[in-house]
Design a protein around this ligand. Structure first.
Ligand code: TEU
Ligand code: CA
Length: 557
């Protein structure tokens, strides 16, 4: 196993629009990020990944870019960006930008040109066809091929109509993308998170798909196209290999069996990917708002499979939530009575898998999902489009609102709760761009900073423990209890240490822990104040270390 800084690092994701507003317009911005860098340094994270900060009409909050070399007006300007980058580096942290090059905004100059005429020099920067080649579902509702009256042809958009897909078949487009990447890297940026990167090579025979199984379409048709690895290797050769940076590809539709085609050390493509197996467990055939049942065995299986598939040569970044999925404590924990212990349990899980952890903003405070009473309070294009389609079909809107409360992306896009002042101290504006979660008076950063037993300090401890015990990073992993639906228990070990993790994912006591007797090990940490019991209480998590067996474990493989 090759040792390197980005395997030992921890990522913290910022969704700038919702992080901190510095100038009272209700929208988070780069100067707001600068204000909070000391807080992030205190937490102990290493790499700040910012969701897109480029010029955008915000059809999809910045994932629709109209100018890749300019900062979104609401977020600041290049001078503020430079100031932010320097301030991040001064604190020993690194900056990772979001690279969104599967598609641009329809307001990008390239697309404005492209749609003008069939012989425009930018025509082939996108996919145009005289007839609709196939009926494919777009991620945000409706069809992925859109008629454009100007030239009477159809263009492809896997996401919204305002996010036309870029044509990577065109070498000129690829050169433009590489140039743009160099523009940011030359400023000193330390890496990229690459948006839906498995989608950039299209299946140009446009295969027919079965609309009733969306996850299958993603894996078999949208992702992992025929020229994908050729493009990634070219990008690596042309750009990535010339800078001391790191990369993580967002990889929906990539099964474990293909993992090492992206991140295998011999590939010269990406350093890491984010895998999605656990994110789709609760999706029914109708997609994310069509909820289905799952249990902890399914969840554990995902991590087992990825661990096995990567072996000693590939690496991933681990996430339990991000700006697209529900809050981790609401989805995998218990955000009511056991919010604090379950948030801490999930912190242990996140920071002790083999992979580079990615923490989403607000997780360190214990922020939860939100349940706005009315669709008027929602902002996300996916949620709003789904609502509109359901209305048109005459579907059950009450049921949909309940699904939105569980699954909608705005659950994680409400402003970060800084304190108990109006709008949680996020903004001084009369109203932020999206309402604050009404639970902010008791869930906020000021409160966790004032409480030595808070989730925040638990993360801080875990982050420094992980740095000091690289067994948690590089060590081997084995699950102890594959079939249990409540207990997640595993062992991580190498020649420097041997750790047992016991996590009770339930509201009841758990008796009958596997592994060595607890009395033969020493307790490293736990999320309950007293740890004398021989069983785990609801959402209790403990980590033990086996002492004095270090030389022995090395021979155990
Ligand atoms: O997400 C890609 C992706 O697959 C997600 O669409 C995810 O499945 C979906 O959000 C679940 O509802 C990326 C970005 O993370 C997301 O914010 C963007 O909207 C999307 O790409 C388009 O750029
Ligand atoms: Ca602002």
């Amino acid at each position: 196993m090759t040792k390197t800084w980005w395997k030992e690092a921890v990522i913290y994701q910022i969704y700038p629009r919702s992080f901190k507003d510095s100038n009272g317009d209700g929208i988070g911005d780069l100067a707001g990020i600068i204000e909070k860098l000391d807080y992030l340094a205190q937490l102990g994270v290493d790499i700040l990944w910012l969701s897109p900060i480029y010029q955008s009409p915000n059809d999809d909050n910045g994932y629709d870019i109209s100018d890749y070399r300019a900062i979104m007006t609401e977020f600041g300007d290049l001078a503020t960006f430079e100031r932010m980058l320097a301030a991040i580096h001064e604190r020993g942290m690194k900056l990772m930008l979001d690279l969104v090059v599967n598609h641009s905004s329809d307001e990008h100059r390239w697309f404005q040109e492209s749609r003008k005429s069939k012989d425009n020099p930018y025509r082939d920067y996108y996919f145009w066809r005289p007839e609709k080649p196939v009926s494919w579902p777009s991620f945000f509702g409706g069809e992925a091929w859109e008629y454009d009256a100007a030239t009477g042809e159809y263009y492809l958009h896997l996401f919204s109509k305002k996010q036309p897909d870029l044509n990577w078949e065109n070498p000129k487009l690829r050169e433009e993308v590489y140039d743009m990447m160099r523009f940011w890297l030359d400023k000193g940026v330390d890496g990229f998170r690459m948006d839906v990167i498995p989608f950039i090579s299209k299946r140009l025979e446009w295969p027919a798909v079965d609309w009733s199984d969306f996850p299958k379409i993603v894996e078999e048709v949208y992702a992992n196209g025929p020229r994908l690895h050729e493009f990634l290797q070219e990008m690596h050769r042309e750009v990535l290999s010339h800078y001391p940076i790191t990369t993580v590809g967002e990889a929906p539709g990539v099964p474990p069996s293909l993992a090492n085609t992206y991140v295998g050390e011999d590939r010269q493509e990406l350093d890491m990917i984010f895998h999605f197996g656990h994110m789709f467990l609760d999706w029914g055939p109708g997609g994310k708002f069509d909820l289905t049942t799952w249990d902890l065995r399914d969840f554990k299986r995902v991590f087992n499979e990825w661990y096995a598939a990567l072996g000693e040569t590939g690496w991933v970044s681990i996430f339990l939530d991000n700006h697209d999925f529900p809050r981790l404590v609401s989805r995998w924990g218990n955000d009511g009575e056991y919010r604090i212990p379950s948030a801490k349990l999930l912190a242990i899980l996140l920071l002790s898998q083999r992979g580079t952890p990615s923490i989403y903003q607000g997780t360190e405070i214990g922020m939860t999902n939100v349940a706005f009473p009315s669709i008027e309070d929602y902002r996300d294009i996916e949620t709003l489009n789904t609502w509109r389609e359901a209305q048109e079909k005459g579907a059950d809107l009450e049921q949909l609102l309940a699904a939105i409360h569980q699954q909608g992306r705005d659950n994680v896009r409400t402003p970060v709760q800084w304190d108990d002042t109006p709008h949680a101290g996020f903004t001084t504006a009369p109203a932020p761009w999206i309402k604050v979660n009404p639970n902010y008076p008791h869930i906020n950063a000021a409160a966790v900073l004032a409480d030595p037993n808070s989730i925040f300090y638990f993360y801080q401890q875990l982050l420094s423990f992980r740095k000091a015990h690289l067994t948690w990073v590089y060590g081997e992993y084995v699950m102890l209890d594959n079939n249990d639906t409540r207990l997640y228990a595993y062992r991580r070990w190498d020649e420097n240490g041997d750790f047992y993790f016991f996590l009770n994912f339930s509201d009841e006591d758990f008796h009958g822990l596997p592994g060595p007797a607890l009395t033969q090990m020493s307790l490293v940490m736990g999320n309950y104040p007293d740890t004398q019991t021989a069983y785990l209480r609801p959402w209790e998590a403990r980590v033990y270390e086996v002492e004095g067996r270090r030389s022995e474990v090395g021979n155990r493989r």
